[in-house]
Design a protein around this ligand. Structure first.
Ligand SMILES: C[S@@+](CC[C@H](N)C(=O)[O-])C[C@H]1O[C@@H](n2cnc3c(N)ncnc32)[C@H](O)[C@@H]1O
Length: 452
């Protein structure tokens, strides 16, 4: 069993890179190796994996200057070993460069042979000595290229964001995406109130804060043990959920006794919140195309003390009202999306997503929204949400929908000053990591006309 955190980080990154895996899945596949590490080594392993994925383009810009072989021609394992080691040299001050390089050379000898180890040694020693001489593109002449290298974003995305948000906003957004976000959770009010939960959390974490917008959110940093080992977690006193995701369910505003459809319930982050707002009274149908996710949702609901959820595996694109016993008071469609609003939590996504994904998912979102709309009762509410700030997945989906569906219109819900700061002039909910320190979310609340 490998015991070096850098070597394990290398294995995780290589298997993530080679297969069509998410980082979460690759971490899960290596969980046995990781669990053998000490607490400090686990933290280092994690910091290396996330650090390399957050800063890959900047690291590569430096590597290019010192490697006589184009990066594209270097095998995956030595390339990620170079990236991991240069990340330590450029971004972590607690590890001396010579120590990081010696470890890299040892790992390279074992994984790639002596010749490659020699190459790695030469590149890294040169980079450690001369990296301060590296220059960046001129931000005025080549703004997208500058953003791409300075903040490590693929060039197609930095160009898109620079065009959509402008240079200043894109730079702020990218800078924030590369910081480690706080951990945010939602109090399970069926079991405890927010203040009492915050008190319990102060025994195992630092910088406890009550979220400003989400009524039941608590954020913190530096947990002393993994969150799944918190007593409060085992007792079902909270669900992990970003503040923006909590506000989406507040926008749905479910009430006790109603019939609600969570049409893309997934693992049930928003389903649990819906149940809380309904005070565990009424009916929630939690639907998803992946039955495995619904199995997890069911067992989590038990732990949370929720009794009103019925799960239903469905492909929303192939359903009609005949598959249900009634029309719904409210329907939430938390649609599958690019996830480009949550890059600060999932930095791996920026290297696997492409322009085509945006178009492909936007087309699916349009169909799914229309299918969900058919299940809303006259006078009922439909909330569409995605964790993406891309116009194609946001406004364009809603405008397309409203052009076709004259039986729906935008419904204004948040009228207080607090929430209105998160609403656009068109009455859409929009959150960004840079302006709100939340994940990037978009949501629209739509109302079906009552029968006249
Ligand atoms: C953004 S995730 C939902 C997250 C979840 N609401 C939460 O808060 O934890 C989108 C979900 O849509 C589901 N999905 C994708 N295509 C679907 C379809 N055709 N019908 C129903 N669900 C679908 C995915 O399995 C995924 O769980």
């Amino acid at each position: 069993m490998i015991k070096d955190p850098r070597h394990i980080a290398l294995n995780v990154l290589c298997s993530w890179h080679k297969a069509s895996l998410t980082l979460d899945k690759s971490l899960e596949n290596h969980s046995e190796e990781i669990s053998c590490l000490s607490k400090n080594d686990k933290n280092l392993c994690n910091a290396l994996i996330f650090g390399v994925l957050r800063h890959r383009e900047s690291i590569d810009h430096t590597l290019c200057a010192f490697s006589n072989i184009p990066l594209i021609k270097i095998d995956t394992a030595p390339l990620y070993l170079l990236r991991i080691t240069l990340f330590q040299i450029l971004y972590m001050d607690r590890i001396p460069a010579f120590a990081a390089i010696n470890t890299a050379v040892d790992i390279a000898k074992k994984t790639s042979g002596k010749k490659t180890a020699g190459f790695i040694n030469a590149v890294l020693r040169n980079a450690a000595k001369n990296n301060s001489k590296i220059t960046l593109p001129d931000p005025k002449a080549e703004p997208a290229k500058f953003i791409s290298i300075q903040y490590s974003l693929p060039l197609w995305l930095s160009g898109k964001w620079n065009h959509a948000f402008g240079f200043e906003k894109s730079s702020l957004l990218c800078r924030q995406i590369n910081t480690i976000p706080p951990i945010t959770l939602r109090t399970n009010t069926l079991k405890i109130d927010r203040q009492s939960l915050a008190q319990k959390l102060s025994l195992v974490a630092k910088n406890i804060d009550l979220t400003e917008y989400a009524d039941q959110g608590v954020s913190f940093t530096n947990p002393s043990i993994p969150i799944r080992e918190f007593e409060a977690f085992k007792l079902g006193l909270f669900q992990i959920q970003d503040e923006a995701a909590q506000i989406v369910t507040q926008l749905l505003s479910p009430r006790p006794g109603e019939k609600i459809l969570d049409a893309c319930a997934g693992l049930g982050g928003k389903t649990g919140h819906i149940a809380q707002l309904m005070e565990n009274k009424g009916i929630i149908i939690a639907a998803d195309v992946e039955p495995k996710k619904l199995e997890f949702l069911e067992s989590d609901a038990k732990k949370l003390g929720i009794e009103i959820i019925r799960t239903k595996p469905i492909n929303l694109l192939k359903t009609s009202i005949k598959d249900f016993d009634f029309y719904f008071d409210r329907v939430l469609i938390d649609a599958p999306c690019t996830g480009l609003g949550v890059l600060r939590r999932n930095p791996d996504a920026k290297w696997k997503r492409s322009k085509n994904d945006i178009a492909r998912l936007a087309a699916k979102q349009k169909k799914m929204l229309n299918a969900a709309a058919n299940l809303v009762k006259p006078g009922g509410i439909l909330v569409y949400a995605v964790c993406s700030c891309e116009r194609e997945e946001n406004e364009e989906v809603i405008h397309n929908f409203l052009n076709k569906r004259k039986d729906f219109s935008i419904d204004t819900h948040f009228k207080s000053n607090k929430y209105s700061r998160l609403m656009t002039r068109d009455k859409f909910l929009k959150t960004y990591p840079d302006t709100n320190n939340m994940d990037g979310f978009f949501a629209a609340r739509l109302k079906r006309k009552s029968r006249s």
